[in-house]
Write a protein that binds this ligand. Structure first.
Ligand code: FES
Length: 108
């Protein structure tokens, strides 16, 4: 399994992006102690979500937000609840938090 980072690298209600070995760019965010990872691709135009580095959340840090047209996505499900791709979803990346505090990519 490939280690991506440590849990302390991703504070609650913040997000970080990572280039992973297969060339994909993903981001991980923490909400209520749980970690969620998605491909960094907006389902609307397949562009990267963030404009500023690691800025994946809206102003209230409640939803994931696409910086291009402002689509909002639920942190836990990746589902778009507002914007031009409403009803579509971000592509989830399977991760696991291990007892060593590392966040790992799950084997596909
Ligand atoms: S590209 Fe993300 S909302 Fe349009």
């Amino acid at each position: 399994m490939n280690k991506i980072c440590m849990t302390e690298d991703i504070p609650e209600r913040e997000a970080r992006s990572f280039d992973i070995e297969n060339g994909d760019i993903i981001f991980i965010t923490q909400r209520d102690g749980n970690f969620f990872a998605y491909q960094n691709l907006c389902p609307h135009l397949q562009t990267e979500l963030e404009f500023l580095e690691n800025q994946f959340l809206d102003q209230d840090q409640e939803y994931i937000q696409c910086s291009t047209h402002g689509a909002l996505f639920e942190v836990e499900s990746g589902k778009c609840i507002f914007g031009p791709c409403e009803g579509d979803s971000l592509e989830k990346v399977a991760i696991k938090v291990h007892s060593d505090g590392g966040i790992y990519l799950e084997d596909q």
